[in-house]
Design a protein around this ligand. Structure first.
Ligand code: ZN
Ligand code: ZN
Ligand code: FE
Length: 759
């Protein structure tokens, strides 16, 4: 008797995630015969069975794939009816054809593994490297494709007989789970002192817990690098860590045992809870609970707290002993350096900081920091996208094969084109030193290995001085330059699958403008191949260039002076007369004074004018503290000061700042002034967008740029634009800051390659 037969092709991240055993089990369940195997682009299936069983089989495959799978396409085609096959089989694919598939993300150890780890009768009881098909390290241990144990850093650990049985059995939770191991055959933990000598002890974990409890700093090896850990309720330990890490005031992330523990320190919404408990396990920025027992120097001067839950078995074991308070878990580096991920590098760079190392012999192949998200307007906004999300691809909407985009300068990422998909790398950091350029190049070569992409075209920022321009030069491969804010605009557009002309409000710190100015408060009308600058923040003086960025008071004084002249001298009382005179001289004569339309600098200036943040110790601090202090209940606004000149809409940040300054000088609390300033910027933006919509007929607006990590600014602007009837789009999968630049660059390069004459 003949039965209907179908061929199913499933593309996406479906290898190494337990997809074939899932298909196998599902086929058994619905009495389907046939086979499943990996192929060049994913998984293919031939299935024979009764019509109703086939339908149920297909719908089950579509509706409940394994947790780590990311299905891009699911195509079913009919084959001629045939006899039923004898059972269902997982068949081996021909070697070499399983290359062009997606590497999956690193994920937190799953609940089933945690149960085993806590079960004294299980052979993996308290095993610090437990994982299965649904969980564990992937991206950070893979050296090349196909994804197979010999090509991971687990190659050094041959499977024991028991593990091999699980690995080979389709009925096991660990069927073909490449990184599996057990206490018998797996890596081993070790506790070292600050100089790298082994601390003799029966149980490195228990000993580590003891050191942490005593207030010591321990470097703990994680998935994508080392953390520096210490008790988060111990002010002295935290202070010591800050001094050694040279991190003055930037908030430190905290790891807690579970959500219940987190609730003692922060307010948690349902959305935030889901993010905390997600397999991606990002750091979630939460509202602090006042009066909690955390050390006040964890996140000084801001009302928020970055919290994450344990995501490796080692993290869980640190907390299972009981009694462990929340732990600071900050990246293992000194400020402005890349996170340490090899054992040798960690010892040499963190030895000065850590009292001990909790380490092991499973190598991390590539560094990958923690991701950071925050909920705004009811949805997560990425502050940093790294571990847990990389390397999930994004649709580039063009053929971008072989294009490699090198990103911006400050919050760098690199992006790789394969077919019509774009792979954005993990957060790399500020690529302004040779060390950071090395870090970028090692990330780039890792991606080219796992994606098997040969670069044919590089994309760089338009800034002539950017260090990444060395990369195409060294490789002798052509490059094109893309304007920074155009890349922002197109990144947000492409994420939302927009390709027709769209308005983009791009508010950030710095980007090289086509007129040589420092842009950063831009309203563009953009498509993938070009843009028009329809509006911007009116130019402001940036006295002494970079010096004004680390010293927001200078920016404040210069801005005020250019608006109200000598009356500005009364502002910024903490600056001495000499410094004030020097700044004013620069503005008067224009020497060492660059012009800027940067929204980031305007926020810096106002933060300083109100005395909120007068000295910047980390990037974004003045704006973060200005947002942090704002009184959300205040509903007053200043005059939004917009004007038209030659069909370009200008927002006068200077006039808005002067109003804020006068309001503050009259004795209004700075919390209220801060809120009014935020609301006024949102109002001015909406007015400008309305004017441009009227001129162009375009009602779509993208919001992008690092300033839109400011929740008040984002929510207020979205509210006003919605009221205006605009269709508002924001980033969902990438951060709005410069981490999205490489994606925009790739889409633009893809569009220009098709139509090279378009400028
Ligand atoms: Zn698991
Ligand atoms: Zn084993
Ligand atoms: Fe930017």
């Amino acid at each position: 008797m003949k039965y209907p037969c179908v061929h199913i092709a499933i593309k996406g991240a479906v290898q190494g995630v337990g997809f074939r055993p899932f298909v196998f089990r599902t086929a058994k369940h619905f009495a389907i015969s046939g086979w499943v195997q990996n192929d060049a682009s994913g998984v293919c299936i031939e299935a024979v069975g009764k019509v109703s069983d086939l339908e149920k089989f297909i719908s089950e495959l579509q509706s409940s794939p394994p947790p780590l799978a990311r299905v891009q396409s699911f195509d079913v085609s009919d084959l001629p009816p045939r006899e039923a096959l004898s059972g269902f089989a997982i068949t081996e694919s021909a070697l070499g054809e399983i290359a062009r598939v997606d590497v999956t993300r690193d994920t937190a150890v799953c609940p089933a593994c945690i149960r085993e780890m806590n079960d004294p009768l299980d052979r993996r009881y308290r095993h610090p490297f437990i994982n299965c098909t649904d969980c564990g390290p992937r991206f950070t241990i893979i050296k090349s494709l196909p994804y197979d144990r010999p090509r991971t850093t687990m190659a050094a650990f041959p499977l024991c007989d028991d593990c091999k049985k699980e690995y080979d059995s389709p009925n096991s939770r660990r069927f073909h789970a490449q990184p599996i191991c057990c206490p018998e055959c797996g890596p081993k933990l070790a506790l070292l002192d600050g100089s790298g000598s082994v601390i003799a002890c029966a149980d490195p974990l228990a000993e580590c817990v003891k050191l942490l409890s005593q207030g010591k700093i321990v470097a703990v090896k994680g998935l994508g690098g080392y953390h520096l850990a210490c008790r988060a309720d111990d002010r002295i330990a935290v202070e010591r860590l800050r001094q050694k890490k040279m991190r003055e005031e930037k908030p430190l992330a905290v790891m807690v045992r579970d959500v219940r523990m987190a609730e003692g320190y922060a307010k948690i919404s349902d959305k935030e809870r889901a993010l905390l408990e997600s397999p991606e396990r990002p750091i979630v920025v939460l509202a602090k609970k006042p009066g909690s027992a955390l050390a006040p120097n964890i996140a000084p001067r801001v009302p928020t707290l970055g919290v994450m839950l344990p995501y490796t078995p080692i993290h869980h074991l640190l907390f299972t002993e009981g009694g462990m308070p929340p732990l600071v878990m900050t990246s293992g580096n000194t400020t402005d350096e890349p996170i340490a991920f090899t054992n040798a590098d960690a010892l040499s760079r963190l030895g000065k900081i850590a009292d001990a190392f909790l380490t092991h012999d499973r190598d991390i192949h590539i560094r990958n920091d923690d991701s950071i998200v925050r909920v705004a307007a009811g949805n997560p906004v990425f502050m940093r996208r790294s571990r847990g999300f990389v390397p999930d691809p994004l649709a580039a909407l063009h053929d971008v094969q072989g294009i490699v985009a090198l990103g911006g300068v400050l919050k760098s990422t690199v992006a790789f084109g394969r077919g019509r998909m774009c792979y954005v790398s993990q957060y790399i950091g500020a690529v302004d030193t040779v060390e950071m350029l090395d870090s970028l190049e090692s990330v780039a070569s890792h991606f080219m290995d796992i994606l098997e992409v040969d670069p044919g075209l590089f994309v760089c920022d338009m800034h002539p001085g950017s260090l990444v321009r060395l990369v195409p030069k060294k490789a002798d491969i052509p490059f094109i330059a893309v304007q920074h804010h155009h890349a922002h605009a197109v990144a947000c557009m492409a994420e939302n699958e927009l390709s027709d002309k769209t308005m983009a409000v791009v508010y950030d710190g710095t980007g090289y403008g086509q007129d040589g100015g420092v842009w950063g408060g831009e309203i563009l009308l953009a498509d993938h191949s070009g843009f028009e600058r329809m509006g911007h923040l009116a130019y402001m003086p940036l006295p002494g260039g970079e010096a004004a960025i680390s010293n927001p008071g200078r920016m404040a004084l210069a801005l005020l002076y250019s608006e109200i002249g000598d009356a500005a001298k009364a502002a910024c009382p903490w600056m001495n007369d000499e410094e004030k005179a020097a700044v004013i001289e620069m503005v008067k004569t224009g020497t060492q004074c660059v012009k800027t339309s940067s929204m980031g600098r305007l926020f810096d200036a106002v933060s300083a004018l109100l005395g909120v943040c007068t000295k910047r110790t980390y990037e974004g601090q003045p704006a973060i503290e200005l947002e942090g202090c704002a009184d959300l209940s205040d509903i007053d606004e200043y005059d939004p000061s917009t004007s038209n000149r030659n069909n370009v809409v200008l927002i006068s940040g200077g006039k808005i700042a002067v109003q804020a300054y006068h309001d503050f000088s009259r004795g209004t609390p700075r919390e209220k002034v801060a809120m009014r300033f935020h609301r006024t910027i949102a109002r001015a933006t909406a007015i400008a967008v309305g004017k441009i919509a009227h001129m162009t007929g375009c009602d779509r607006v993208c919001l992008t740029g690092g300033c839109f990590q400011n929740v008040i600014l984002l929510e207020q602007t979205m509210r006003l634009l919605n009221d205006l009837g605009s269709l508002v789009f924001v980033h969902r999968r990438l951060p709005p800051n410069d981490e999205c630049i490489s994606f925009g660059q790739i889409v633009i390069a893809g569009a220009k390659r098709i139509a090279p004459s378009v400028n």
